[in-house]
Design a binder for this molecule. Structure first.
Ligand SMILES: [Mg+2]
Length: 407
């Protein structure tokens, strides 16, 4: 740094991390992995010019110091760095196709000390991994601001899951049979209210719990809250309602799931209701056979399986047909298009057509106005939920919903 300051030129620190390198070691042994690393090091060296420096930091991580002539120069070097892995690496007459994710921090704007430059290049590398790997990303303070927020949020979440159960609660969103307007079921939604972060959106904290391996604890709180709400005997509750909970696809093969959910299913059955579990479409594709068998076994217990956010992912029809699923929930983005100035009902009609062919029931989520509601009834969609019909509310505030329909 002192030399560059003297000569008044800019330089960049590139953090280079090989993608999926661990699988080379796992599959072909460490001897082979080491030689692949040596070849990778040569590929990196070929990108460098006089005066540049490269080092191996650890494992499959390298860092380079690159002198910059211009901003274009930065893009060129980074592109050459990611492209240097396009040709296969040959070890023992075997071709290995490897790629690298590259993070970049520029001196002085992204750091004025060696450690901050390296740390920010590392952060940028992580962004490149998230962007799909085999690419480069230049450090941005905004990304790390967001990253830091997420980090703080996930630390708080994990602490709350373990120590302060009272921060978690559930609300119930009524679902109606669109033809008759009668209540058809309730979707249970988890809420987290943190003293510092306030009411955190489930869209933010559920993925964190999934990614950090704490989704089981979250579901434990969900089940505990529902069991605390539901009465022991039906009393004046209507019969035959579906109580739907959201389950992550990752949990399906978790051995603890049965013992967690069985008491809930039992209680729901004793009320004369039916249990439904919703699994997000994007996670449903390419399930293992073990996972599918688990779902089938749940089905045999009388649990209804619903695909959540349908239309968002890339379901194959052939695959859908093999899934033990009875319900599709149309993603809210398609419902949004039903009302408004230039209404478009083509996708919803298409989904209803698919559902009919596959003998599935359809739930529309996110119904927010009468235009959407009327259109869905016209299209003969079976069930619906949304703010226009009823907002999610705590158990004790539900009574009205049971008496009858929407408007
Ligand atoms: Mg859902």
């Amino acid at each position: 740094m002192s030399r560059r300051e003297w000569e008044n030129c800019r330089f960049a620190v590139l953090y280079v991390d090989l993608d999926f390198f661990k699988s080379v070691n796992d599959l072909h042994g460490h001897d082979c992995g080491d030689r692949v690393l040596q070849q990778a090091a040569l590929s990196i060296q070929r990108v460098l010019r006089r005066g540049d420096v490269v080092a191996r930091l650890s494992g499959d991580e390298f860092a380079a110091i690159i002198e910059l002539q211009s901003d274009d120069d930065l893009a060129r070097v980074c592109q050459r760095m990611t492209q240097s892995f396009q040709a296969p690496v040959v070890v023992d007459h075997r071709e290995f196709f490897i790629s690298a994710s590259v993070g970049v921090a520029v001196y002085p704007e992204h750091g004025k000390t060696a450690s901050s430059l390296l740390q920010n290049a590392d952060r940028a590398m992580y962004t490149a991994k998230l962007a799909g790997r085999a690419c480069y990303r230049v450090y941005s303070a905004v990304d790390t601001e967001q990253g830091r927020y997420e980090q703080r949020l996930s630390e708080a979440l994990i602490a709350s899951l373990k120590t302060t159960p009272e921060e978690f609660s559930v609300v119930y969103q009524p679902q109606y049979r669109l033809e008759t307007g009668k209540i058809a079921g309730l979707e249970v939604l988890i809420r987290w209210n943190h003293p510092e972060f306030g009411a955190v959106s489930p869209g933010d904290f559920v993925p964190i719990a999934e990614q950090r391996g704490h989704i089981h604890e979250l579901t434990e709180h969900l089940v505990r809250c529902i069991l605390a709400d539901l009465p022991e005997a039906p009393g004046s509750l209507p019969e035959g309602l579906c109580l739907a909970i959201n389950i992550s696809a990752r949990q399906i093969t978790d051995n603890r799931l049965d013992s967690l959910l069985d008491p809930l299913f039992d209680r729901i059955r004793s009320l004369g209701w039916r249990s439904e579990i919703e699994i997000t479409e994007t996670h449903l594709m390419n399930l293992s056979t073990r996972c599918l068998n688990r779902l089938r076994r749940l089905g045999e217990k009388g649990v209804i399986i619903a695909i959540d956010d349908f239309g968002k992912g890339y379901s194959s029809l052939a695959y859908l047909h093999t899934l033990p699923v009875q319900v599709l929930k149309i993603d809210r983005q398609f419902i949004r298009r039903l009302g408004g100035k230039s209404p478009d009902s083509r996708i919803v009609s298409a989904i209803l057509g698919i559902a009919e062919a596959l003998d599935l029931e359809v739930v529309a989520e996110g119904i927010e106005n009468s235009g959407q509601y009327t259109k869905l009834r016209e299209l003969k969609c079976h069930r619906g939920q949304g703010f226009f019909l009823a907002r999610p509310r705590p158990w004790l505030a539900l009574n009205g919903a049971f008496i009858d329909a929407s408007q």
